[in-house]
Design a binder for this molecule. Structure first.
Ligand SMILES: [Zn+2]
Length: 386
């Protein structure tokens, strides 16, 4: 961590402060212990971030902080439009870890490619073979979800295994390495009288390997996005249609929880009927954008009323006339206005259960006197049903 002194310029102080806040955030988010956090080689991490060139920086930021728009995250904004499930397997909730460990055979190919690349890269920069083995074992067991067999690790690097286990191998993939990695690598070079160069030790050595891991993670993210959104224009159009179909089917599953008026006004009689009417993704998406908020609001309204034991209007009145079909249109273009519940008197559609005493009406002071004077007029009694 950067040391603050009187000679530091203000920009350096601000940078150090934001760095401290970021580390506090990471510690809280990961639940890492103070000792594990202090054991991380933050200089290697920082060098890797600053020299990452194999993908957009926004990807890296989201990847490192668990903000990639995987199913679990985006479904919070709109669970109907954005499914939480993995696009490549049956996993119902795709989170940041599942994105990297999806069991789909096509998706798993990146594991082997990553390990092959790491082996080649490490061997090209005189990496300690014991460190290389531990690196590959650790990643492999994390990706497979199994613990690392400690007895396979030489005694001289046992403390490194313990340290990285405490930090976590998920954090290893995120470039949060134990500080013992670079120390042991330098000791290996010196012990074997290998010339120390810019590439085979220190920050250059560690950040070189970390960036390689992130490069593979970025490629896997693009593979995942192709699985979600399609590879070419035709595939993307098909995925878009499938997503709209899935979202609309989910909404039709909620149809029984809507009021009778909403069921008739917002939905077609069946979802198949809907798909025969609207055949392209754009029409379906427009329907979703138009009606989904109203449907969800209707369901929330009915649920709230139910919680407060308020009766629904359907419980009080019989539906005596069919509400005109809403005829949802595939575009947002103005359409011919059809008579609705808001333009016709309610008695056009409903008949009260029983006639009770006349409902008091709100009247202005100027009309009150006139009404009082004619209060005995029999024509001002209760309204008659149609
Ligand atoms: Zn999956």
């Amino acid at each position: 961590m950067m040391k603050l002194t009187k000679s530091c310029p203000s920009s350096s102080i601000l940078l150090a402060l934001s760095e401290r806040e970021l580390k506090t955030y990471i510690k809280q988010k990961t639940g890492m212990s103070e000792a594990a956090f202090a054991d991380i080689d933050w200089q290697s991490h920082e060098r890797s971030v600053n020299t990452f060139k194999d993908g957009p920086h926004i990807f890296l930021v989201k990847f490192l902080h668990g903000w990639l728009p995987v199913g679990k995250l985006v479904s919070r904004y709109n669970p109907v439009k954005y499914p939480s499930a993995c696009p490549s397997c049956d996993e119902p909730v795709e989170d940041s870890k599942h994105f990297l460990t999806c069991p789909n055979p096509e998706r798993r190919k990146w594991h082997a490619a990553l390990k092959t690349s790491l082996r080649h890269r490490c061997e090209s920069v005189d990496t300690d073979p014991a460190l290389l083995d531990l690196l590959l074992w650790g990643l492999n067991h994390w990706l497979q979800g199994t613990p690392i067999p400690a007895h396979r690790v030489p005694e001289r690097i046992a403390h490194l295994l313990h340290s990285q286990n405490t930090i976590g191998w998920d954090n290893f993939l995120l470039g949060r390495w134990s500080r013992h990695w670079t120390t042991l690598q330098l000791q290996y070079l010196q012990r074997n009288h290998i010339e120390v160069t810019k590439k085979n030790h220190g920050l250059s050595w560690s950040s070189n390997i970390i960036r390689l891991m992130w490069d593979h993670c970025y490629k896997e993210w693009k593979t995942r996005n192709s699985a979600r959104h399609g590879k070419d224009a035709e595939d993307k159009a098909q995925r878009r249609l499938e997503t709209a179909h899935r979202s609309i089917r989910d909404l039709y599953d909620l149809k029984p929880r809507c009021s009778l008026q909403a069921q008739r006004h917002y939905f077609y009689p069946t979802v198949e009927n809907h798909f025969r009417r609207d055949t392209d993704a754009r029409s379906l998406e427009n329907w979703l954008e138009t009606y989904q908020p109203m449907i969800m609001q209707n369901i929330r309204h009915r649920r709230d009323n139910s919680d407060r034991r308020l009766r629904q209007i359907d419980d009080v009145f019989h539906l005596i006339r069919t509400v005109p079909p809403s005829n949802p249109t595939p575009t947002m273009a103005p359409r011919q206005r059809t008579p609705t519940l808001t333009t016709r008197p309610i008695t056009t559609y409903f008949r009260p259960h029983r006639i009770t005493s006349p409902t008091p009406t709100l009247e202005t002071p100027t009309t009150t006197a006139r009404t009082t004077s004619t209060s005995n007029n029999p024509t001002t009694t209760a309204p008659q049903p149609p």
